[in-house]
Design a protein around this ligand. Structure first.
Ligand SMILES: Nc1nc2c(ncn2[C@@H]2O[C@H](COP(=O)(O)OP(=O)(O)O)[C@@H](O)[C@H]2O)c(=O)[nH]1
Ligand SMILES: [Mg+2]
Length: 315
């Protein structure tokens, strides 16, 4: 297994497209093989700039990503995209705005796009998404984009795993306001009000700018950009703003600090996953008995939990 893993790792580092595809399938489906592969790749990880694109479903994230990909390709970059979005998978027809553009990007060997399946807990998916970014990074794709949909804490956390975080909102259906309330704006290094061709866009951008202006002096104040992703308006400016953020964070140490925090958080979640996983694997019927006692009113939740934890300590 180790030899097969090493051969695959070498092919990934060589930039082989089929090797990348195989590696990402392992990351999604085969934990042990993925661990071995990532170990073999580890020395090659860390060169790519990771761009997180997050926001409510339908805001236009995938359309924006497609537009950015075309610009980066025109600039000679090799681009990787990992999408975690059950509502608009990258493999679906709607993805890249229109079919012509999609086939253009999809057949371009300088672009690698992968939608991750959303089965299992988001904790597992978050791990898979970051591992997938590591694979594309090691394969020489730079930048690597991580698109995540939704405004829940876990989606925000996944997006935060990027070097530059772009939060996309759009007018209508109250999504923008909801996104603000959910705290998603705080995660953004850049805020994009997309669908600027639609009613309410300028009001939404104004509200967001007002909210940002109220932040303490010590807190970063992200720029608010307007885009119309379907016709490309504002995307040159967005690409330039991403580039500027990448350069500035590299120069002022913010990138290094963020990567250290990211490594810490990945190790921490992995420990938590293993500890809770092994805890429940080893004592399924103890949980059943405790649950029965709590349901019957013979024990409180706290007492039941204490018993389980103490029982394990003694074992
Ligand atoms: N009017 C308008 N529609 C847009 C714009 N950007 C994207 N859309 C449309 O909005 C829908 C959702 O876009 P998509 O990129 O899949 O959103 P995602 O779920 O955030 O990835 C699609 O039908 C797009 O064509 C825009 O700037 N203006
Ligand atoms: Mg999408």
């Amino acid at each position: 297994v180790a030899d097969a893993g090493d051969a695959l790792a070498a092919a990934v580092k060589g930039g082989g497209v089929p090797a990348c595809a195989r590696a990402l399938t392992l990351v999604e489906n085969d934990e042990a093989a993925a661990d071995a592969l990532l170990r073999a790749l580890s020395g090659a990880v860390g060169r790519a700039h990771r761009v997180g694109v997050t926001g409510p479903p339908g805001a236009g994230k995938s359309t924006i990503v497609a537009g950015l990909v075309r610009r980066w390709r025109a600039a000679g970059k090799k681009v990787g995209v990992v999408a975690v979005d059950p509502t608009s998978p990258f493999t679906g027809g709607a993805l890249l705005g229109d079919r012509v553009r999609m086939s253009e990007v999809a057949t371009d060997p300088g672009v690698f796009i992968r939608s991750l399946a959303t089965r299992g807990a988001l904790g597992g998916l978050s791990r898979a998404a970051q591992d997938a970014c590591d694979v594309l990074d090691a394969a020489g794709y730079d930048p690597v984009v991580l698109e995540t949909a939704g405004v829940g804490q876990s989606e925000i956390d996944v997006a935060r795993a990027a070097d530059t975080v772009v939060v996309v909102v759009s007018p209508g259906s109250g999504d923008g306001v909801q996104a603000m309330k959910a705290g998603i704006l705080e995660a953004g290094d850049l805020i994009v009000v997309n669908q600027a061709d639609r009613a309410g866009a300028e009001e939404l951008a104004g509200e967001i700018e007002a909210a940002i202006a109220l932040r303490a002096e010590s807190v970063a104040r992200p720029a608010v950009l307007r885009t119309v992703a379907v016709d490309g308006r504002g995307l040159d400016e967005l690409a330039a703003a991403i580039d500027a953020h990448a350069k500035a964070s590299r120069a002022n140490g913010a990138l290094e600090a963020r990567r250290a925090a990211r490594a810490r958080s990945r190790v921490r979640s992995e420990v938590e996953r293993r500890v809770t996983g092994s805890f429940w694997n080893e004592g399924g019927d103890a949980l059943d008995r405790a649950a029965e006692a709590v349901a019957a009113g013979r024990m409180t939740v706290a007492e039941a939990a204490s018993r389980l934890v103490e029982g394990r300590r003694r074992a």
